[in-house]
Design a protein around this ligand. Structure first.
Ligand code: SF4
Ligand code: SF4
Length: 665
């Protein structure tokens, strides 16, 4: 094994705050070899991003390295001069962040930005730098580098921008590339291509890659070795295949058991409790308050990172017991609910929603911008006592449909029929709970407000607030707290309680868990399933996460560029026959299992503008199964694959069954 490019030894970092020192990283050691991808996994507050910044020596002024060393190519970065650091940063060590826009100058063309890095670091003459910039764009799989080099950042899609940023990071020929959540915020099909690119770069460039992510499924697909961080400590390290097949630390096991799986059979087991406050760490093992295996020995002293097998280490004093105990994820999985009445509670009838655009006269005269056609002629229903999910990538119209369902928006054309008598029978839970909670108001009065509207007296309201808090598994004393004192998961529980305060018959769940950590996500999904059974309500769940949908929905609708392209029972949508877009979407979902490498179907180009949607089938500009001009000219008809399963495509159902089966991932 060649010597590591990066060798972090017993690193500790702390932030000075008004509440006292925050010990963000404690005794962290890891190595990354040339040509190796090391995946650093952790939930929010684990310290993973701080580690990236510490390596780059780009910490905030309030942060301080309190111990350890960061050896880069054998030299301790903590001891080098500022001048030398400047030479290393961006050239020998490059970092790519989650949001590509923060790394790109909006007023400079892409090619010029990359060339500038080459001119500064490599002292390359302008013309040679321009040529090299195009080569780098080609290296990151950009098909038309000359044209992309001439464009400004805003003219590129999110995925293309991230490729350009990676090209820029490669400009100095780094021996260490730090990728910090580079695909978070990108659509799943775009993410799949960036992950392919990372795997490809490892082969072609030979750099050491530190890949930081909260998403274990992504780590499973790209990393050779994995480190799991929890509350500032590395709790487990090992080769990816071994660690996923047999996690040793109870936290790693918990994380893997919490992940939803595309087969809908495993996962979604929550880790109870919450990450400790870094100002107030528990004695001994930092995971002890949440650990099912906790014993007196665990709290006596901080466990060391012990070798548990060749190349594997874990920070747990009871690891032999943990290893001997079978995992519980399969037995505890929740099943999607399939029983529903025939009566539609909510029906979308040829619903369209357009935003902006010139008035009718201007359009008739052929002047002015056309409207954004967010939703175009969509029809489906949600029955009483049913969970229907809408999936699709950003800009497909699913969120607009959710808002139309609860009358936050009015349709431009068509009708939304709601069979319940009162408008308050329909409620919505947003992705970010902050948008439905007043930060100045305590939780109790926030929950009581809708009860006033229902005409409940003061004493009844107090009782009902306590019941609502209990229903979402929060202590009644949460009523006296303000939102700022709650974690993200707790706030989402309050937002759910608030939606339930009106005893609704129908609830839109708009990405209800996508802003939450995986361990919290599982408990919220279980809570929603349980509450639905108690209330007998229907849900319309909007999600970009196909694995999650598989666990909770009875029926699923797939949307692309404002249109519904497929709808059916959940098991039908997850197997053949499938719409070509559904197939691509499914294949792009990263599996939290390195033994099942992804084989994503490549979608060329990006989603067209909703102001100028393509004629015929809207997916024809990217469809890998396009059959000819009919796709460009004629609207695809709805074809019945089963009494409950419909697909809008020109390819006959029998043929879709064959092609989907052949390519089944
Ligand atoms: S040391 Fe004890 S509390 Fe900590 S993870 Fe191991 S078993 Fe759990
Ligand atoms: S109608 Fe044509 S372009 Fe559209 S999904 Fe079917 S095969 Fe592809």
């Amino acid at each position: 094994m060649p010597p590591p490019v990066l060798d972090v030894r017993a690193l500790s970092v702390q932030f000075e705050t008004n509440e006292g020192p925050l010990r963000v990283l404690r005794d962290v050691s890891l190595q990354v070899a040339p040509g190796e991808t090391f995946g650093l996994a952790g939930e929010s507050g684990s310290g993973k991003t701080t580690l990236g910044y510490t390596i780059l020596q780009a910490l905030a002024p309030t942060a301080r390295v309190t111990g350890g060393a960061i050896l880069f190519e054998g030299r301790d970065l903590l001891g080098v001069s500022e001048d030398e650091l400047r030479r290393i940063r961006g050239r020998r060590i490059a970092m790519v962040y989650q949001d590509p826009r923060s790394a790109l100058n909006p007023t400079t063309r892409i090619g010029a930005q990359i060339a500038e890095v080459l001119e500064i670091h490599e002292r390359a003459p302008a013309r040679a730098a321009g040529r090299r910039a195009q080569e780098l764009l080609e290296l990151v799989n950009i098909a038309d580098p000359a044209s992309v080099a001439r464009r400004y950042p805003h003219e590129l899609s999110g995925g293309m921008q991230q490729r350009a940023v990676i090209a820029m990071a490669l400009a100095g020929g780094p021996s260490l590339l730090i990728l910090d959540e580079p695909t978070t915020g990108l659509d799943v099909t775009t993410q799949a291509r960036i992950l392919e690119l990372v795997a490809d770069l490892k082969r072609r460039v030979g750099a050491a890659i530190l890949y930081i992510s909260h998403d274990l499924a992504v780590i499973a697909q790209v990393a050779d070795r994995v480190g799991v961080l929890y509350a500032g400590e590395l709790v487990e390290v090992g080769p990816t295949a071994d660690l996923f097949a047999q996690p040793v630390h109870p936290y790693t096991r918990g994380l893997l058991d919490a992940l939803p799986h595309l087969d809908g059979l495993r996962g979604l087991v929550p880790i109870e409790g919450r990450i400790p406050r870094l100002t107030d760490l528990p004695p001994g093992c930092v995971f002890a308050p949440r650990c099912d295996f906790v014993a007196p020995a665990c709290t006596a002293a901080t466990p060391a990172l012990e070798t548990v097998a060749p190349e594997r280490r874990a920070r747990c004093v009871r690891w032999p017991t943990v290893l001997a105990t079978p995992r519980r994820s399969t037995a505890a999985a929740i099943a999607p609910e399939t029983v529903a009445s025939d009566a539609p509670l909510l029906a979308f009838e040829h619903v369209s929603k357009y935003f902006g655009g010139a008035g009718a006269v201007a359009r008739w005269l052929g002047i002015g911008a056309p409207p954004v056609r967010a939703v175009d002629d969509v029809s489906f229903d949600v029955r009483a006592d049913e969970v229907v999910a809408l999936v699709g990538e950003s800009g497909c119209g699913k969120t607009t449909l959710g808002r139309l369902a609860v009358r936050l928006l009015r349709p431009t054309a068509g009708r939304v029929r709601f069979a319940a008598p009162k408008p308050t029978d329909a409620q919505i839970v947003f992705q970010h709970p902050d948008s439905s909670l007043n930060p100045m108001k305590r939780i109790g009065p926030s929950l009581a407000r809708p009860l006033v509207l229902r005409g409940l007296r003061r004493r009844e309201r107090g009782r009902r607030v306590r019941e609502l808090l209990e229903a979402v598994r929060l202590d009644p004393d949460y009523g006296a707290r303000r939102p700022a004192a709650l974690s993200g998961g707790e706030k989402q529980r309050v937002a759910i309680a608030r939606a339930l305060a009106m005893a609704p018959q129908f609830v839109v769940l708009d990405e209800p868990v996508s802003a939450l950590d995986v361990s919290t996500q599982a408990s919220i999904i279980r809570l929603l399933a349980e509450l639905r059974r108690t209330l007998g309500a229907s849900y319309l769940m909007i999600s970009h996460d196909l694995s999650l949908v598989r666990h909770v929905a009875a029926r699923v609708g797939v949307m692309y560029l404002g249109r519904l392209v497929e709808i059916g029972a959940v098991d039908e949508v997850f197997r053949a026959p499938s719409h070509p877009y559904t197939r691509a979407l499914r294949s792009a979902v990263p599996r939290p299992d390195p033994a099942v490498p992804g084989r994503p179907i490549r979608l060329e180009g990006s989603v067209p503008s909703a102001q100028h949607p393509p004629a015929g089938c809207r997916f024809h500009t990217r469809c890998p199964q396009k059959i000819g001009r009919v796709c460009e000219e004629a609207e695809p008809p709805w074809a019945r694959a089963s009494p409950t399963h419909w697909i809008a495509c020109h390819i006959p159902i029998a043929e879709l069954s064959r092609s989907s089966e052949e390519a089944r991932p």
